[in-house]
Design a protein. Structure first.
Length: 202
């Protein structure tokens, strides 16, 4: 839970920053459509740069004596008359120059993937496969191979790969626009079988 909230907090901070700056864009925009072509465990750092351009920010992290490089792509835009800036964020993690994981999140309407959370009733631990999850929920908003430095929910023992789905929506309450999130995480073993899953709505 804390890990998910940490990442959602990135968007909140970015949006707040947009509220106190001049109208217009901040960061470097990138095409969400190109994310569907990246593959964890295969796509190289050079291929990401070729597809998405250089990141807005990079950093390095150490986990279990292994170095990981993190690319941050983010873009916010505050239009005149808006109180909250729209934000688009992509975080890519590399191990030995190969993509180990990524997280994408956005408050732009055109980026939203409204998955059907009720389909989680069809998930069966030990039987459901990655292909089954893809057919039920569609394209993911994040994936990672373990171990990872990315801020996912704590994975159960035996997890080799994590898939996440995130959908952000807004409601007007007492003349104030408030953001809400639906979040689904699926945990797979080395045989691509579902170990467990978690769903949060807030």
């Amino acid at each position: 839970m804390k890990a998910k909230l940490w990442f959602v907090g990135i968007l909140v901070i970015t949006a707040i920053a947009g509220c106190v700056t001049l109208v217009g864009p901040i960061g470097r925009d990138f095409e969400k459509g190109r994310i569907k072509d990246i593959v964890i465990g295969q796509t190289t750092k050079a291929e990401i740069i070729k597809s998405l351009n250089v990141p807005f920010e990079t950093k390095k992290m150490i986990l279990d004596n292994t170095e990981y490089e993190i690319f941050h792509y983010y873009y916010t835009h505050l239009e005149e008359g808006m109180y909250i800036a729209k934000a688009r964020v992509l975080v890519c993690e590399f191990k030995n120059d190969i993509l180990n994981g990524y997280i994408f999140n956005s408050t732009f309407k055109e980026d939203q993937h409204k998955f059907n959370e009720n389909e989680r009733s069809k998930l069966e631990k030990g039987r459901t496969t990655k292909n089954d999850v893809l057919n039920l929920f569609g394209a993911t908003s994040g994936k990672a191979l373990l171990p990872t430095t990315l801020p996912f929910l704590n994975a159960p023992s035996g997890t080799r790969e994590i898939w996440t789905y995130s959908y952000k929506y807004f409601k007007i309450i007492s003349d104030t626009e408030k953001a809400y999130t639906k979040y689904l995480a699926a945990f797979f073993d080395s045989n691509s079988s579902l170990i467990d899953f978690s769903y949060v709505e807030e």
